[in-house]
Write a protein that binds this ligand. Structure first.
Ligand code: HPA
Length: 235
């Protein structure tokens, strides 16, 4: 049985899902990192693939950009497909000491989105990563010799023209990265009862006006996929 936005059978989706924003990145990861990957959904070209990693089934699927798109796929993955863990792998803008290429494990995600408030009686939800997955990611990164920073991030609804003083507030609160999805993913994980983590490579350094070349972004993606898979396998 398919959902409105995912045309896979329930058995086609694995309990562990890697969620890049871009469906073509999902295909790239499936082709380069998974064994025996096959396409399981393509509705609206939001491609998803299921294969195996070290013998265990894994799905990698695009989630789009921003909380509303991500939330559609994540809600259907949780409610209809019963997924147990979703690891977002993506990029973020870095602030302060977060340098281009750094890998952030998002411990918490503040936001200017109303998405979580709408489900939480108008109150501020403390949107946090699953501790087991976060700890597994820290340990897996150490095992891979990959330096990571466990850090608070901010999920914004505006890529362009957000609140003019937003970055000052983020710096004041020592928030290391800004992206557009983690807070929604974490809020949904808390409500729907699955484990979530966002692993983010700093692709833009906002204090220093630096941007990562496309080739380096691709390498960062594969590195995050391998870290996500190792984390999920040991969480
Ligand atoms: N802002 C929001 N999302 C992002 C950024 C950014 O600067 N860089 C990568 N994703």
């Amino acid at each position: 049985m398919a959902t409105t936005h995912i045309d896979a059978e329930p058995a086609d989706i694995a309990p562990t899902v890697l969620l890049p924003g871009d469906p073509l990145r999902a295909r790239h990861i499936a082709q380069t990192v998974l064994d025996d990957a096959r396409q399981v959904t393509a509705r609206r070209n939001m491609l998803g693939f299921t294969g195996r990693w070290q013998g265990q089934p894994v799905t990698v699927m695009g989630g789009g950009m921003g909380i509303p798109s991500t939330a559609i796929y994540v809600t259907e993955l949780a409610r209809t497909y019963g997924v147990r863990r979703i690891i977002r792998i993506g990029t973020c803008g870095g602030l302060g000491a977060a340098n281009l290429g750094d890998v952030l494990l998002a411990q918490s995600a503040s936001t200017d989105s109303r998405f979580n408030r709408m489900q939480f009686g108008g109150h501020d939800l403390s949107a946090g990563a699953d501790f087991g997955l976060l700890r597994a990611a820290v340990d897996a990164a150490a095992g891979m010799g990959l330096p990571v920073r466990v850090a608070p991030v901010f999920s914004s609804d505006c890529f362009y023209d957000g609140a003019p003083d937003l970055l000052d507030h983020l710096r004041r609160h020592h928030i290391a990265g800004i992206e557009m999805e983690a807070a929604g993913l974490y809020g949904l994980a808390m409500r729907e009862g699955f484990a979530a983590l966002a692993i983010l490579t700093v692709s833009d350094q906002l204090d220093r006006g630096q941007h990562m070349p496309a080739e380096q972004r691709e390498q960062g993606l594969e590195r995050m996929a391998r870290l996500a898979l190792a984390s999920a396998a040991s969480a």
